[in-house]
Design a protein around this ligand. Structure first.
Ligand code: ADP
Length: 396
């Protein structure tokens, strides 16, 4: 089966066409600046990227352009649209309504819309992408895969905040967690990779990208994760603060003359390692800065790594032990320095880093020494493939 995977944001759209039998990516790319000045990137497997700037006033034209590129006579990956057997859409927030992926129909879309409140920037954009696809491919089955679904197994003690219960009753204010597709994919994959029985396993997944989150997975089910009602909670991220004393919000608002939107903007876009270092949200720049003697770049890396290590410690408590720890996403897969710093806090678990293995990047690899009591591994994530697999499972 060929599955078109669509990840639609407010002004961008990423896509991959995946052959689900071979799990090969046939073509991929993205549309950027939809509604502004639009650009389309398209790359068929084995060929160079093509970048064009056709008119792209709405997501509908963007998707039409993607479909045209996929079926183009010269570099198209398929002959015509009949070769697209299903579409898998990433949807950010499924609230408490979706504990797993779901076939897209009118009733399902209504339930997604009811979650818009919880992700006002993301869910409406996801819905626009879905509706545009439905118009252009009315007879192709479509599936929604939620960032929050994997975390719906969290127990009440993990998802309730210490807030008036009526906010949960009235507005569903609770912890949801994100990156669920990645946490699900990586926790299953590390179990396979290490020949573990997932039904009898304690796994911690550290998804460390520009957005970063950690999850505790017991017997294949998520029991806790670091992001909350929104992706702002938890780890120190590229530009997000992660956990802070909530009273800082009032303090900064008064000092800097900011309203609540202004404070939120600081916490989401001007904080994290970018805010601490004053240099960059990208760990490549931070490492370079640190090597050039920039103390704030070094501090940013230290704060980031220490927070990851503290979360791992708390999840060892939540799981009452741990069998394996996975590092994934941009930083987790590619930054030996961060992995080394994090693992340096885990000696109490009987973990020693295999320095040579840790020098590698981007492939499934154990980076703890053979005598370590807990296995630590790099496990590259693949959210598009995970979405394609979920889609096939529901459509078949
Ligand atoms: P997201 O999907 O949240 O945008 P990614 O998982 O793609 O993020 O991660 C992007 C981040 O990964 C970059 O901002 C950078 O900090 C980090 N990164 C990527 N490549 C490297 C590398 N070679 N060394 C260190 N950090 C890297």
């Amino acid at each position: 089966m060929n599955v078109l995977v669509i990840n639609c944001g407010s002004s961008s759209l990423k896509y991959q066409l995946i052959n689900s039998d071979t799990e090969e990516v046939l073509a991929k790319g993205l549309c950027e600046r939809i509604g502004i000045d639009g650009s389309l990137t398209y790359q068929k497997a084995g060929l160079d990227k093509e970048v064009t700037t056709p008119a792209m006033p709405t997501h509908k034209e963007a998707i039409q352009l993607v479909l045209d590129a996929l079926t183009n006579d010269k570099t198209g990956a398929i002959k015509d649209l009949s070769e697209v057997d299903a579409v898998g859409h990433r949807i950010v927030h499924g609230g408490e309504k979706f504990a797993s992926s779901a076939i897209i129909d009118d009733e399902m879309l209504k339930a997604v819309e009811e979650c818009n409140d919880l992700a006002p920037l993301h869910n409406p954009a996801n819905l626009i992408g879905i509706n545009a696809c439905k118009e252009l491919m009315p007879n192709v089955p479509m599936v929604g895969v939620f960032d929050t679904a994997f975390h719906q197994t969290m127990p009440e003690k993990a998802y309730l905040y210490g807030l008036p219960y009526e906010y949960y009753e009235k507005y569903k204010v609770r912890r949801y967690g994100f990156h669920g597709t990645s946490h699900s994919f990586v926790s299953k994959h590390i179990a396979e990779f290490l020949n573990m029985d997932i039904n009898n396993s304690k796994i911690i997944v550290a998804h460390l990208g520009n957005g970063a989150s950690i999850s505790a997975v017991l017997n294949g089910k998520c029991i806790d994760t670091s992001m909350g009602l929104t992706p702002l909670e938890g780890l120190v991220m590229g530009t997000r603060s992660g956990d802070i004393d909530p009273a800082i919000m009032e303090f900064i608002a008064n000092k800097e003359g900011l309203d609540i939107a202004g404070v939120m903007n600081v916490l989401n876009k001007k904080s994290g390692v970018q805010g601490i270092s004053k240099v960059s949200s990208d760990f490549r720049d931070l490492e370079e800065g640190m090597n050039d003697g920039n103390k704030l770049c070094e501090a940013a890396i230290e704060v980031f790594s220490y927070r990851v290590a503290k979360y791992i410690g708390s999840y060892v408590a939540a799981l009452n032990g741990v069998d394996a720890i996975a590092f994934t996403a941009g930083i987790g897969e590619n930054a030996p320095l961060v992995r080394k710093k994090v693992v340096s806090y885990l000696g109490y678990l009987g973990i020693t880093l295999d320095e040579e293995a840790n020098g590698n990047r981007g492939k499934d690899l154990v980076i703890s020494t053979p005598d370590s009591k807990v296995k630590v591994a790099i496990i590259p994530t693949n959210e598009e493939l995970a979405i394609a697999r979920e889609t096939v499972a529901l459509v078949k």
